[in-house]
Write a protein that binds this ligand. Structure first.
Ligand code: F0G
Length: 370
């Protein structure tokens, strides 16, 4: 178990999730494996978050920004693209708020097949858009939001020439389960609580499936309460109704009608977890806190569970899940889903304030504030 401040470097980095967890995945000897060495991401203990929760609880961060295209999507994409190639598909298609498109584009390039991505115009963080172009995808921007893009992709996917690689493809969910396996392997058992951001609701469904399957296989003795956080302006599951015009700075989770709504609801119910909301200000404050206090720079959506953890610790704010009731010594995992460099816009105003000083020691010392 990792209780100290050192980073746990798993010996599995670079192997790829299919090689490591083959028996849990829908692949056979005839599946051509398309991998970029995804998975094996570090589970980093956070002494500062543990201290904030208190009562001997431990908080660990699953740092998914260290995947090949810098988000958790790669775990599902290796399986989805491998299966698409096995089925003879020559092109994959997806709707995306950015990360799915970056990942699909990379794995399609690796497989030597075509990739089309359908994106809400003007709503994709620049790093993600740049990735889709860099990997050679056909990028189509629509005058609409993510939910409109997914509706179009679902219809196009009914044609024979495309395989959909959104999380409505069960191969994506199968691959994403592997993050739960890794957490159990690193901790020696499942955690008590698992916090993560909620967008299209595929990932929370995948984690829950992974925790259950691993327990059923005898690899753990329990499964955690799943706690998902939506952005306050894009919170269909929290409010129990579709949001027509979702808005949040966390563009990855700007979704008003999640595709995996029902399975996510079931995951939360069956695990005795909860769904809650965090505001954009809370998300940005948590993003900055994590970067400056723990040296982990994540994109805004990934900071939602950190903002959520702070909320869970404050009973006065009536969180949907209050940590005041959790047993002493509980183990808590937060998944931080994507790298901060994907979304430079949210930091740019600070960067732009930088002005040059005279090229001498006095001026530099003055600028440092010494
Ligand atoms: N965090 C990040 C960084 C994401 O990119 C996403 C989803 C989520 C969290 C939420 O995961 O949808 O499974 O509930 N991004 C998708 C995309 C929608 O198109 O890249 P979810």
């Amino acid at each position: 178990m990792n209780t100290s401040q050192e980073i746990q470097v798993t010996p599995h980095r670079g192997r790829g999730v299919i090689a490591r967890y083959r028996e849990f995945l829908p692949v056979s000897d005839s599946t051509p494996i398309v991998s970029l060495g995804e998975g094996g991401t570090p589970l980093i203990s956070s002494p500062r978050l543990s201290a904030i929760v208190g009562r001997g609880c431990e908080v660990h961060l699953k740092y998914e920004g260290l995947n090949p295209t810098c988000s958790f999507k790669d775990r599902g994409m290796t399986v989805a693209v491998s299966k698409a190639v096995e089925g003879g598909t020559l092109a994959v298609i997806c709707a995306s708020t950015g990360n799915t498109s970056a990942s699909a584009a990379a794995y399609a390039a690796r497989a030597g097949i075509r990739c089309a991505v359908v994106l809400p115009a003007g709503k994709i963080a620049s790093g993600k858009l740049l990735q889709a172009f860099a990997y050679g995808a056909k990028v189509v921007a629509i005058e609409g939001n993510f939910d409109d893009a997914l509706r179009i992709v679902r219809r196009l996917g009914a044609r024979d020439d495309f395989a959909i690689v959104n999380s409505i493809n069960p191969d994506r969910i199968a691959g994403q389960k592997t993050a739960a396996f890794e957490i159990v392997d690193d901790l020696g058992d499942a955690p008590d609580l698992h916090l993560l951001p909620l967008g299209n609701a595929g990932n929370i469904s995948a984690y829950w499936a992974g925790y259950r399957e691993y327990r059923d296989a005898g690899n753990s003795t329990r499964s955690p309460a799943m706690i998902g956080f939506e952005a306050a302006g894009a919170a269909p599951m929290f409010h129990g109704r579709v949001v027509e015009n979702p808005e949040t700075i966390a563009s990855a989770i700007r979704i008003g009608n999640p595709a995996s709504w029902e399975t996510a609801d079931r995951a939360v119910r069956d695990s005795h977890g909860a769904i809650d909301i965090v505001t954009d200000d809370e998300i940005l404050a948590a993003q900055q806190w994590l970067a400056t206090q723990e040296g982990i720079f994540v994109e805004p959506a990934s900071a939602a569970p950190i903002a959520g953890l702070f909320k869970c610790c404050e009973p006065a704010r009536s969180p949907a899940y209050s940590f005041a009731q959790i047993p002493e010594g509980s183990r808590i995992v937060c998944t931080v889903t994507g790298h901060g460099l994907k979304d430079p816009e949210v930091m740019m105003d600070r960067v732009m304030k930088l002005t040059a000083v005279a090229p001498n020691e006095e001026a530099v010392l003055r600028a440092i504030g010494f």
